[in-house]
Ligand binder design. Structure first.
Ligand SMILES: [Zn+2]
Length: 295
């Protein structure tokens, strides 16, 4: 799982062999499932009105994703919502768009999918997506869908993992899909080259914790389904590390001095096991917050 997370975004360009990937599902409510495979976790709402799919991993997996969905519903995917633009969450857009799914995403997801992108962390060029892969309905702040006896709220969070992020709340099922605003249990990947910033993550924490309760199931962008308590602890960790790096900047510590102070030390065993190690997180936060401080 760690290896998949490590390489899931860069795999979009790397011609990864998807033949061994199996799409599995886990019920979270009578009509809401999480689907796992390679790349970002998916959510599926089913019912008589047609299915709603959240994210679609990589293009070569689209037939397997369709097969997994067919085990859960005989209705087509009527709406497809992207949590953000990254290719390990939007790779199936073309396949689903071509067969009539209405793709919904934030305005900036359309902008970034329409033009050439560069993800600096992975030194990865991403070409523009074909027309049929692009969102048809976009929104600036939020949009809600009402079908299958459910209310699905898509809420944009500005400048967090990227500048395209959307939280998805399933009100009756009491489920939230965070996209990559949470990777369970790993440190966040703040994609600075897509206008990400740590403070957006903390905004997402406030929004999610306000709108949920102890029983809410949290689908992270990667990793297993979490409880609200798991997510809350992760948010506390990020708040603490952010504050420590901010104080270091205020005291005019250099990046090396900040790294040497080990502001993530007590969290590394739990959260530093993915591709973002403590030092990577500190370096990213230092760069991010130094820009903010100089503004
Ligand atoms: Zn992502």
């Amino acid at each position: 799982m760690v290896a998949l997370v490590c390489c899931s975004l860069s795999a979009a360009n790397a011609q990864q062999d998807f033949s061994k990937v199996a799409i599995t599902s886990e019920p979270l409510a009578p009509n809401v499932h999480v689907l796992f495979g390679a790349g970002g976790n998916m959510a599926l709402l089913t019912g008589a009105d047609g299915a709603v799919l959240v994210d679609d991993q990589f293009a070569p997996l689209a037939p397997k994703i369709r097969a997994a969905i067919a085990l859960l519903t005989d209705k087509p995917v009527r709406f497809l919502i992207n949590t953000h633009w990254h290719s390990d969450h939007t790779g199936g857009n073309e396949a689903f768009g071509k067969t009539g799914s209405v793709i919904i995403a934030h305005d900036n997801t359309l902008k970034r999918l329409s033009s050439k992108q560069f993800v600096d962390f992975f030194k990865m060029d991403v070409p523009p997506s074909p027309q049929s892969a692009l969102p048809v309905v976009t929104f600036a702040h939020n949009v809600s869908l009402h079908l299958n006896g459910e209310h699905v709220s898509a809420v944009h969070v500005s400048n967090a993992h990227t500048d395209t992020d959307t939280l998805l709340f399933f009100a009756n099922a009491n489920v939230v899909h965070t996209g990559d605003l949470y990777m369970n249990p790993w440190y966040p990947f703040v994609d600075l080259s897509s206008a990400g910033s740590v403070d957006g993550y903390l905004t997402a924490c406030r929004i999610v914790l306000e709108r949920t309760n102890e029983a809410t199931k949290v689908i992270p962008g990667h990793g297993p389904v979490a409880s609200r308590g798991d997510y809350q602890a992760w948010c506390s960790m990020l708040t603490t590390v952010r504050e420590r790096v901010w104080q270091a900047l205020r005291k005019r510590r250099t990046l090396q001095q900040t790294l040497d102070a080990k502001p993530t030390a007590e969290f590394d065993t739990k959260y530093g096991t993915g591709f973002i190690k403590g030092d990577v997180l500190i370096t990213t936060l230092y760069t991010d917050l130094a820009r903010k401080r100089s503004r």
